[in-house]
Design a protein around this ligand. Structure first.
Ligand SMILES: [Zn+2]
Length: 200
């Protein structure tokens, strides 16, 4: 299967909002707060995004949490899954979203009371959250983009992805290596050129 992302990407590329500027820390704001706001925002948006296609992402259609033939993710949470474990994509994504939600609701990581500082490992934890959230983009883009097109959600998803991408690269919150599966989308963002995404 082959499809062209050009038109879909352009739908949001030219939307007029400069997302590269939007991610910059406003004067007088605290960096950790800025990251916290974005982590929560991206979690909610990615949760909704996956919700729009989750009926098409089943153990039958997606027996592994993959991003094309080259990438496969194994779940490990140190509790129920002590070793990296291959899981069907819907199971993996459910565990992933539950894990992120638990992190966000943990006041030791995201303090809600004024004056309570962020923990020392805050950056490390937020990097892990964003790295895992990115994998949902990878799976949805590579395996379910045709469904996003059919429900007319592609511009919305592209905007969300672009916002996410600019944010995590601005502050180096997801390693370059992790971003590789969607590197062709990165090319679209940089040059607005016609890029085809090949899947399967
Ligand atoms: Zn799937």
């Amino acid at each position: 299967m082959k499809f062209n992302l050009h038109k879909q990407a352009n739908a949001s590329l030219n939307s007029g909002i400069d997302l590269k500027e939007v991610v910059k820390l406003p004067a007088g704001e605290d960096m950790n707060d800025w990251i916290a706001v974005h982590v929560v925002d991206f979690f909610n948006r990615i949760n909704l995004l996956y919700g729009t296609i989750c009926e098409f992402c089943t153990e039958e259609t997606c027996p592994t949490m993959s991003g094309g033939p080259k990438y496969e993710y194994h779940w490990c949470d140190g509790q129920n899954y002590k070793k990296p474990t291959a899981l069907p994509a819907p199971k993996y994504i459910t565990l992933l979203m539950e894990w992120v939600e638990a992190q966000i609701n943990d006041e030791n990581i995201f303090p809600v009371k004024v004056g309570v500082p962020f923990p020392k490992n805050y950056q490390q934890v937020t990097k892990k959250i964003l790295t895992r959230l990115f994998r949902v983009f990878v799976h949805v883009y590579i395996h379910h983009f045709d469904k996003l097109i059919s429900i007319g959600a592609e511009a919305h998803v592209n905007t969300c992805y672009k916002h996410f991408y600019y944010f995590v690269t601005e502050y180096n919150l997801v390693d370059k290596k992790e971003l590789e599966p969607l590197v062709r989308l990165y090319v679209i963002h940089q040059q607005s050129c016609i890029v085809s995404l090949y899947v399967h």
